[in-house]
Write a protein of this length. Structure first.
Length: 373
């Protein structure tokens, strides 16, 4: 029973951490590819070609963005209009992981997601829309500027939030409406390239530029994910604590059942510490078997999680008649060696420690007290 408990505890730790890592990795990858890049550089006189020469930089794209209000005959809504000087951005492999321009009806680019165009604004390709952008004015800080645009393209992305808040425009139409004195460059780093070294290189070349890493750009999302992961880990540790306390009590019951044998060993000169060590070794063997089984099964399940969830979805469907999220969403399990090792260490060490505590408590009575019983 103890082996089964340790096995299940480690499986829960490893699989939950793996699922959360996968979800977080997917969401943060989407945020970096679509919204924040790896780095955003803002300043005066910046040129995307210069940044592409910096060691560690894979791609650099100059872009501009502005808050806007779009209106059709049915309704209006606010969104973030964005334009790229080099439209090869849409063909970048990293971008295409999460974003695809599905249609393009004319040379002029004005792209909306299908969720905005069809569901919210009731638009068809070629429909005319009114777009209002706040731009710098001669006497006022910001003044509204309204233009009529043809809905010429549709895009689809892996982010529901991005689909509902973004639009893409031609550089020539949007750039004159934004701050002409400031340029924004989005940078994708080479794979596994150290971010700090690139930041230092950019600071040396452009000491006045503002550098925003993706962690800062997605600070709220990133911190919320880390908090969620920490709380889940703590909750699972409480479950492990219950199992460890059970192990402590079972060790004490085992010694209680063998008190006469233990007393005889003590009578023949075996020290209490040696008796305790014998039970700790026994508990360690149990902990090793439980953690080994838990680790092996969790790694096996992680490699076949889609099949496992398909079975779960089939069972739920059989009882309820409706599908579940397990059948619609592909879960990506991302296991990090350090976190898996930490989970194994926590489960194994807590089991051994509580076994020792149980043995110490059970062997507190003296030899004569044991024999008198």
């Amino acid at each position: 029973m103890t082996i089964a408990g340790l096995c299940v505890a480690l499986m829960a730790l490893v699989l939950v951490i793996g699922v959360m890592n996968g979800l977080q990795s997917s969401q943060l990858r989407t945020a970096r590819n679509l919204k924040s890049f790896d780095l955003i550089i803002q300043g005066e006189g910046l040129d995307e070609q210069d940044f592409r020469l910096i060691k560690g930089v894979d791609k650099a794209y100059e872009f501009c963005s502005a808050g806007a209000m779009i209106a059709s005959s049915s309704q209006s809504l606010s969104l973030d209009a964005r334009a790229f000087k080099d439209e090869s951005y849409f063909e970048d492999p990293r971008v295409m992981e999460d974003l695809v321009l599905a249609y393009r009806e004319s040379d002029e680019l004005f792209a909306l997601s299908q969720s905005i165009a069809y569901k919210s604004l009731r638009l068809n390709l070629g429909s005319q829309v009114s777009l209002t952008v706040l731009r710098a004015g001669a006497k006022m800080t910001l003044v509204p500027y309204t233009m009529s645009l043809e809905y010429s393209s549709a895009f689809a992305s892996s982010s529901a939030d991005f689909n509902s808040t973004a639009a893409f425009m031609d550089w020539e139409r949007l750039r004159p409406l934004t701050d002409q004195g400031t340029s924004s460059i989005g940078i994708f780093l080479e794979k596994d390239k150290d971010q700090e070294s690139v930041i230092q290189s950019v600071r040396q070349a452009y000491p006045e530029a503002r550098i925003t890493p993706w962690q800062e750009a997605n600070a709220l999302v990133y911190s919320a994910m880390m908090l969620e992961k920490s709380i889940t880990f703590i909750f699972l540790l409480f479950i492990l604590l219950i199992i460890a306390l059970s192990l402590k009590k079972s060790t004490a019951r085992l010694i209680e059942a063998k008190r006469k044998e233990t007393a005889i060993m003590l009578a023949f000169g075996l020290r209490k510490s040696q008796c305790i060590m014998a039970y700790v070794i026994s508990g360690s063997i149990i902990a090793f078997i439980g953690t080994s089984l838990g680790l092996g099964i969790s790694l096996l399940l992680a490699r076949n999680m889609d099949a496992v969830f398909a079975v779960i979805d089939a069972v739920i469907s059989a009882f309820t008649g409706n599908g579940s999220i397990f059948g619609y969403y592909s879960f990506n399990i991302l296991l990090k060696a350090g976190e898996v090792a930490l989970a194994v260490l926590v489960v194994f060490s807590s089991s051994v420690i509580f076994t020792a505590l149980g043995a110490v408590k059970a062997l507190k009575p003296s030899l004569m007290e044991v024999l008198d019983e």
